[in-house]
Design a protein around this ligand. Structure first.
Ligand code: ACO
Length: 311
């Protein structure tokens, strides 16, 4: 019977039909979705920290409002994705437990420090730019709740990318010191942004199966190339130099060739040894512990309302 269910499932994937929470699905399909979607949710939540660092120091009220809205959006994306993940039968508590115990992964990119205001520009431009490239194809992923969540997330990411690019543009049209600050931010965020899109296809353990299930619609290397091709002309408009001496337009492929990525650095960061891994985890665990009284109060209040109804 399982064989039959599996055939029907495969046929539905082949027909580009969405798989919904109550539909039969192979256990591995469920597990790999829980893995990717929860990592994605954790990334949104941890991703609030590097930028949260600058909310109180934004250079103007307008910048502060935009940054605050952006960080709030990320909280929303995280909650949205946790909810979508819960439809696969895993509880929110368990997902938080995995994050707080260090068992769960979240994106490598959020383990780098935000040293200057220009980092807010570079993150919006590059990190959100890479996130859009990665997530637009996910609007078409095979699992219904994930695909639908991605539509709204991508619209908001697009605003984030623009606000970042506009910060860069303002700095690059400013004083020489401001432009230098923008260049310095690009120098520090460029390579980690390329790493963010995941290991090369030959080192990516999940790509083959995830492409078959239409969880992933493009490979890590395809997305990375697309990101580079899109971003280099944007750097030209800013008058900034991408910190890669091997970067060169290839007439034959119509794409940019680029230099060697430091994969040792990537795996170090993924394994918890990046510049800010400990700081990020501490911040999340402390927020959880300090919020305990709020959760207790909410539960006590809900119980009280429930008892009133009974009485
Ligand atoms: N940071 C941390 N871990 C990573 C990263 C990264 N940038 N890229 C890959 N990994 C991990 C994978 O999670 C996997 O580990 P696991 O087996 O313990 O889960 C391992 O490295 C091998 O990588 P892949 O086989 O290539 O993994 P996968 O097929 O899941 O591809 C990718 C990775 C592209 C990140 C995919 O999971 C994805 O598209 N996720 C959804 C988007 C997302 O999470 N974005 C997060 C940042 S965007 C943002 O929050 C603004």
């Amino acid at each position: 019977e399982i064989k039959n269910l599996e055939d029907i499932f495969e046929q539905r994937i082949a027909n580009d039909e969405k798989i919904e929470p109550k539909d039969w699905m192979p256990e591995k399909y469920r597990k790999t979705h829980i893995r990717q979607m929860s990592q994605h949710a954790h990334s949104e939540i941890v991703g609030m920290l590097p930028e949260g660092n600058w909310i109180s120091r934004a250079p103007s009220l307008r910048r502060k409002v935009a940054l605050l809205a952006k960080v709030q959006d990320e909280a929303g994306h995280g909650l949205y994705l946790y909810s979508a993940c819960e439809t696969l039968g895993v509880s929110r508590e368990e997902l938080y437990r995995q994050l707080h115990s260090g068992e769960a992964k979240y994106s490598s990119i959020f383990n780098y420090p935000t040293l200057t205001w220009a980092d807010m520009g570079a993150i919006g431009w590059l990190v959100d730019g890479a996130a859009i490239i990665n997530q637009v194809p996910l609007c078409n992923t095979s699992y219904g709740p994930y695909a639908r969540a991605m539509v709204r997330v991508c619209k908001e990411e697009s605003f984030h990318q623009r606000q970042g690019y506009e910060i860069m543009l303002t700095l690059c049209n400013g004083t020489p010191e401001q432009k230098e600050m923008a260049q310095d931010a690009l120098n520090r965020w460029w390579w980690p942004s390329l790493m963010m899109l995941g290991p090369t296809d030959d080192a990516s353990v999940h790509t083959e199966q995830s492409m078959k299930w239409k969880l992933k619609r493009k490979t890590n290397d395809e997305l990375r190339q697309q990101f580079i091709d899109q971003t280099v002309p944007q750097a030209d408009i800013l008058g900034l130099t991408i910190p890669d001496p091997d970067l060169k337009f290839n007439e034959e492929t119509g794409s940019y060739d680029f230099g060697e990525i430091d994969w040792d650095e990537f795996w170090q960061v993924v394994k918890g040894h990046g510049p800010c891994n400990k700081e990020r985890m501490n911040a999340r665990v402390n927020a959880w512990n300090e919020g305990e009284w709020v959760r207790d109060a909410a539960v006590a209040y809900a119980e009280k309302q429930e008892n009133k109804k009974v009485a």
